[in-house]
Ligand binder design. Structure first.
Ligand code: Z5A
Length: 233
């Protein structure tokens, strides 16, 4: 960290397909830039760097699937190592706020809980991949899988489902349960956000959660005069 930079802040977004992570990351990034004046970096996993984006394309085509969940988890880890070393850590060292669309909880949920990899194996992989890096805050966007899949399909009209979208409903139900279990196990780090309502309502919930966690980054919104008050008789 340069001597006068504030400590970086690492916020991750997690959840099932079509939960609205990309939509909400863009909105939170803008709100944080305006409120804090700090550098805000948005990124995603798998991906975020040139090499990791190459691995992303292969992973979403299903290249690693025939090798089984462990090999697939290793490929996600390889992409993550490049992303951490070349984008996330340098940005945090500059004092930036980093917003990341998916991170290690996705490996726990997709390759672990839904894919069947043993928790001990996932934990070992996490230790060697992340070192001492952990998200400061994780926002888990929660909604019924049917709703998320319908959103994802309506957005990608005509495009074939990718390797994970093509999994059955049961897989997506296991994912939802896995993300909720992660939140229950780490309440200090995780907040579950109801992602079922429209984008404005979800944004308001996210802002509320971030403001309550770090009011110095995002002060509570001051209501406009008369806003939220009943009409005088
Ligand atoms: N994966 C893994 O297995 N292991 C790992 O370690 C990691 C990842 C890191 C990445 O694909 C895949 O990799 C992912 C898990 C796996 N599974 N899949 N597929 P991805 O990045 O392409 O997929 P995704 O993360 O699920 O993102 P997404 O499908 O793009 O969804 P999203 O970002 O959460 O949602 P969105 O793009 O903001 O919104 C989707 C659509 O819904 C869009 O048309 C919006 O306009 C609309 N939308 C958004 N919010 C709302 C609300 N509130 N109401 C109504 N409509 C909305």
């Amino acid at each position: 960290m340069s001597s006068d930079a504030p400590p970086g802040v690492f916020i991750t977004f997690e959840g099932g397909e079509g939960a609205g992570k990309s939509t909400q990351i863009a909105r939170l990034a803008e709100a944080l830039r305006q409120a804090s004046g700090r550098e805000v970096v948005t990124t995603r996993e798998p991906g975020g760097t040139e090499r990791a984006e190459e691995l992303r394309a292969a992973l979403l085509r299903g290249v690693a699937k025939p090798y089984g969940p462990f090999a697939e988890a290793l490929m996600f880890a390889a992409a993550r190592i490049d992303h951490i070393e070349n984008l996330i850590r340098p940005a945090l060292a500059r004092g930036a706020i980093v917003l990341c669309d998916r991170f290690s909880d996705s490996t726990r949920a997709y390759q672990g809980a839904a894919g069947g990899l043993a928790p001990g194996l996932i934990a070992s992989l996490e230790r060697v991949t992340l070192g001492d890096l952990r998200p400061d805050l994780t926002l888990i966007l929660d909604l019924p899988p049917e709703a998320g899949l319908a959103r994802a399909h309506s957005r990608g009209e005509g495009k074939p489902a990718d390797r994970f979208e093509a999994e059955g409903l049961r897989f997506h139900e296991r994912l939802r349960a896995a993300f909720r279990a992660i939140a229950a196990a780490e309440p200090e780090r995780c907040r579950v956000i109801d992602a079922d309502p429209g984008p404005d309502a979800v944004e308001a919930r996210i802002r509320e959660a971030v403001s309550a966690w770090r009011p110095d980054l995002l002060p509570q919104r001051v209501p406009a005069p008369g806003e939220g008050q009943g009409h005088a008789a």
